[in-house]
Design a protein around this ligand. Structure first.
Ligand SMILES: [Mn+2]
Length: 327
């Protein structure tokens, strides 16, 4: 089961693990929203994964499974909390906030696909050794399409292994092993994935908000986080008005918009809080004490947009801070 944002990392981990274990990959978003994740949809196609083989929300009752493995998250979203007794294993790279009794592999790597890739490379290597013993032959490696799928996720999450944080040595070593199996040009694969991910021109503001979304609840305060891969100013249409509609529709107390984009070679990040309210100052001050380095940048439709000077941090770091604040 992948996380509620169902980004490429999450989907790649879920699909490759499910194929390897002969299990059902569960993607907890509506099927019609997969097309918003163009890079994921494209890479699945390139890797020969038929999206008909994936189960989306409403298509499968995960509680009917005896065993569920969580990938790319370690806390169940509120609507899936009832699955807690079924969770047998967790593979994740987010901050460990897990209260579930399950086998855990939680390591803060750049991409969860690194951890799933490591697992699958090891299990296939064991199969290979077993085969060599019984049959005295055979290189039994991870299938090329799964290696490509996982490699694509690592490249997107680590900006082609170039970003200082969160890229780790483990990301580099697993990516190198996967690239050798995939036999593709990592730079070209990354360029195409990034192009698809950052081309926002094909989406309405409402779609951009739904494209990469996570939600938390703490002390009955509900807060949503939209990740957007482009400068907020560059988005045509009434983004902030749509964000207000989105917030009201999901009954959120707060909505955080986080954007990331390149200006030439420079990575830029922005953050905006919706609605405009007194809580915002408290949140900004708290985030800045943690090192987020937010500075006023511009005002869009009456909403203050902040420049996030600490570009090493993404939603993975910011979300737990907000959870601490409201919890
Ligand atoms: Mn991830």
């Amino acid at each position: 089961m992948c996380n509620q944002a169902a980004d490429l990392d999450s989907i790649a981990c879920c699909v490759s693990l499910a194929v390897s274990l002969d299990a059902a990959p569960f993607v907890p978003i509506p099927r019609e929203e997969l097309h918003l994740r163009r890079e994921a949809e494209w890479l699945l196609g390139e890797c020969g994964v038929d999206t008909a083989s994936l189960a989306f929300s409403g298509e499968l009752d995960p509680s009917e499974s005896d065993q569920i493995i969580l990938v790319d998250h370690n806390v169940l979203p509120p609507e899936y909390e009832y699955l807690a007794p079924k969770i047998t294993e967790i593979i994740d790279h987010h901050k460990d906030e897990c209260k579930l009794a399950a086998a855990k592999t939680i390591v803060q790597t750049g991409s969860c696909a690194t951890l799933v890739g490591k697992r699958l490379l090891e299990s296939h290597a064991q199969d290979c050794t077993a085969l060599a013993h019984t049959q005295g032959q055979g290189q039994h490696t991870l299938p090329k399409n799964l290696a490509t799928l996982l490699l694509g996720a690592i490249l997107i999450d680590t900006r082609c292994l170039a970003q200082r944080r969160p890229t780790t040595e483990l990301d580099r070593s697993v990516a190198a092993q996967l690239a050798a199996i995939a036999g593709c040009d990592s730079k070209a694969l990354y360029a195409e994935l990034w192009r698809l991910k950052s081309d926002l021109s094909v989406f309405t503001p409402g779609e951009l908000l739904r494209k990469d979304y996570k939600e938390i609840t703490a002390s009955r305060v509900k807060c949503g986080f939209c990740a957007i891969y482009g400068a907020l100013e560059s988005i045509s249409g009434n983004l902030m008005e749509e964000a207000q509609v989105f917030r009201t529709g999901r009954q959120l107390d707060h909505l955080v918009l986080m954007s990331a984009y390149y200006e030439g070679e420079e990575l830029r990040k922005e953050l905006a809080l919706i609605p405009h309210c007194s809580w915002n100052q408290e949140a900004l001050a708290y985030l800045n004490t943690k090192g987020t380095q937010l500075e006023p940048k511009s005002i869009i439709e009456g909403i203050q947009v902040y420049n996030q000077k600490n570009t090493d941090w993404s939603r993975k770091q910011i979300l737990p801070f907000i959870k601490e604040l409201i919890g």
